[in-house]
Design a protein around this ligand. Structure first.
Ligand SMILES: Nc1ncnc2c1ncn2[C@@H]1O[C@H](COP(=O)(O)OP(=O)(O)O)[C@@H](O)[C@H]1O
Ligand SMILES: [Mg+2]
Length: 255
């Protein structure tokens, strides 16, 4: 059975039009594109929260609608763009929510391992609703990793919607290094909506550029992050340079 996630002619009217893509195991893929391009909607369709009007989405060769809710939640986890909670739970209980699809016996051990990995341990006794936006994002990442945790590491498909939008420099670097390290094992496969093209350039294996519900460019950071491509699809005037410490392109806005 093909171990990848494939979208075939996906349509979700009026937002997405004829999307074809394949996410390969062990990759960190960044979904980029201007505001309103359909990135969050595409993530919802790829994860089974929205059903396409046309086309289908296959995980390991089987249509998402044929997966049971429990099996699907053991194979893919989602971190949404905003995650407010309507109840006043402590952080460790929010992270333990990720263990709902699994036997509860090892929940405490997994929550501890995930908190150590994501740097959430100092927040563990705090009430989630009292955390800053960036702290809540770190806890949501921990919850999603807990959901995919098998033995000593996360396995499966992780989808993140703007996971770095509220993070400071240290935590942006920490999150992306962590995702890169976990995908390099081949066990975790990541698709993240990223607005910061320079973070995407440094850490993503592949970029998918979405515009008005269609994939208009895809490939390596070098292939996609070109001045004329960004001018055309974002309408922004940019210069492309090279990162001083890495052979990757970096985007600079023209003043
Ligand atoms: N169910 C819907 N019906 C009509 N328009 C929608 C629906 N859901 C989202 N949209 C619109 O589709 C566009 C894409 O939304 P979204 O996927 O959130 O974009 P992005 O995440 O790229 O900013 C937006 O203009 C949004 O208002
Ligand atoms: Mg969005």
């Amino acid at each position: 059975m093909a171990n990848h996630l494939q979208a075939l002619n996906l349509c979700y009217s009026p937002v997405l039009r004829d999307i074809n893509l394949s996410l390969e195991p062990g990759e960190l893929v960044a979904l980029i594109g201007p505001n309103g391009a359909g990135k969050s909607t595409l993530l919802r369709v790829l994860t089974g929260y929205l059903s396409p009007d046309n086309g289908q989405c296959l995980l390991h060769g089987k249509s998402l609608c044929e997966w049971s809710a429990q099996a699907l939640s053991r194979h893919r986890a989602v971190m949404r763009q905003q995650s407010q909670l309507g109840f006043d739970w402590p952080v460790d209980a929010v992270i333990a929510m990720g263990r709902a699809p699994w036997e509860q016996a090892d929940s405490r051990r997994v929550v501890k391992q995930v908190m150590d990995l994501t740097g959430c341990a100092p927040l563990s006794a705090r009430k989630y609703n009292t955390l800053s936006g960036g702290e809540q994002q770190r806890v949501q990442l921990a919850r999603a990793l807990a959901q995919l945790w098998v033995k000593d590491a996360p396995q499966g498909w992780l989808f993140l919607d703007e996971p770095t939008s509220a993070l400071d420099l240290y935590h942006q670097q920490h999150l992306l290094r962590l995702l890169k390290q976990l995908t390099a094992t081949g066990q975790l496969h990541v698709c993240a909506v990223l607005h910061d093209l320079n973070l995407a350039a440094l850490w993503a294996d592949k970029l998918l550029l979405l515009h008005q519900g269609e994939i208009v460019a895809q490939g390596s950071p070098q292939q996609v992050l070109q001045a004329d491509t960004l001018r055309r699809w974002y309408g922004a005037e940019v210069h492309i340079g090279q990162h001083p410490g890495s052979p990757t392109p970096q985007v600079f806005l023209a003043p």
